[in-house]
Design a protein around this ligand. Sequence first.
Ligand SMILES: Cc1ncc(C[n+]2csc(CCOP(=O)(O)OP(=O)(O)O)c2C)c(N)n1
Ligand code: SF4
Length: 500
Amino acid sequence: MAEHNVQLEDPKVTTDPYEVVHSKSEVFYPEYERKTDLKHQTHYCPGCGHGVAHKLIAEALQDLGLQDQTILVSPVGCSVFAYYYFDVGNVQVAHGRAPAAATGLKRACPDKVVIAYQGDGDLAAIGTAEIVHAANRGEKIAVFFVNNAIYGMTGGQMAPTTLVGQRSTTSPWGRRPINEGFPLHMSELLSSLEAPVYIERVALSDNKNIMKARRAVRKALELQRDGAGFTFVEILSPCPTIWGKDPIEARKWVGEQMIPNFPLNVFRDRRVEIPNTNVPPHKTVPEVVEGQPKSASAKPAARRHHHFRELGIKIAGFGGQGVLLLGQLLAEMGMREGLEVSWLPSYGPEMRSGSAHCHVCLSKDRIGSPLLSRPQVLVAMNEFSLRKFAPQVAPGGTIIYGCEQLPADFSLPQARVVCVPASEIADKLGSAKVANVVIMGALLEETECLSTATALQVLEAKVKNPALLELDRKALDAGRIYIDHTVAIGAVTQADGFAQ
Ligand SMILES: Cc1ncc(C[n+]2csc(CCOP(=O)(O)OP(=O)(O)O)c2C)c(N)n1
Ligand code: SF4
């Protein structure tokens, strides 16, 4: 145990262009400050099992020489502050999500020892899915599951592990299986899966059992150090405060009440070879998108200069108008032009005619969130979308409205508006289906965000039917030409006759 975190150095993860920070996050306080007389104590209640469990893990890390290569994922619960006590790499995650976060960490840093530390509310209630699937995938992480049969931090609500008859604030007459079900036995449940290599239940009830717990903790860490697979140690643990007992009584209660209900056992201890067949080839994004069939005329996408750092485009309309597809095409064009991209669809249960929209982000930098609250560009394919989303457009942004003119009572937001009667143009070309490509042409011409050459490449790669491809080419052109002959509403016309 120490007061600050180590800096983890891993040259493998320092890939450009992202900055990798190997230090304590700024969201953690530098240290956990307490009143002078409590300064050298943890925040746990006297007799709490978390302190003992921490000590067993910390000692094992030190004895095994793993401190500098360990990342501990702490939960939400009384042990939320575990990062103040373990001088290792620390990540604190949302309630129940430790196995998911640990999965990501271990896969990104396979040579690290990754620990998920969780209480029973955290692991066996809100986090049931995460732990079951991480175990089932055989993630090479060590999970320490502190089972005190109650929600400690929030004041004693019933946990999935609360014993039959045990009182809690949400089962004041004692847990009744008829109403609350039976306690969940997580070790038994997980040992029904193929992948885990080691599962043991131990107890902090007396010195003899604490020594067994010590051995189990070490074994789980050694197996992980050796790359064996998923390891899980359930630790039956006293919670004197919520149980309303003194520390001695609470320890006794673990032995007398918890152990008979949660028998101590090694449920799994074997080496498991998980078959590794059909390994997909690893390809970069450009290899994937540019590896698609091209026509003879298509050349590789040009790396072009983009006039934006990040451009958010929201495309909205009815299902069936090609709103989501238009977003996908733009995202793929962005990828081909070497940008970071995201595409986030949103639609209701109706596949056709229901409202649908998507967010497309094109960026020179890594994208923080695919959700756009202030898009710079809105494509509104119908009046409903225009009225609903126009107020969201960033000041100075652009709205491309897929109708001939704005509704009479529509009040113009702080944006340029271009009306493009896309359906009428598409009808004249021979198919209403290509209205979204007309809009794409208009969008490219109006915003100059991506090149028409890239649009043609993407269409050629996607549209297999030659007649439809020809129609798409015409639609793209028609949208561009329409813009060339149109002055945006809300745009300030300058002396030279061009819109600003
Ligand atoms: C998403 C979410 N839901 C609920 C909570 C409230 N919450 C905080 S701790 C906790 C229970 C913790 O119990 P347990 O995991 O058994 O840990 P203990 O405190 O007993 O060590 C709950 C429900 C939360 N913080 N976040
Ligand atoms: S409430 Fe229970 S689990 Fe939480 S610190 Fe106190 S004794 Fe430990």
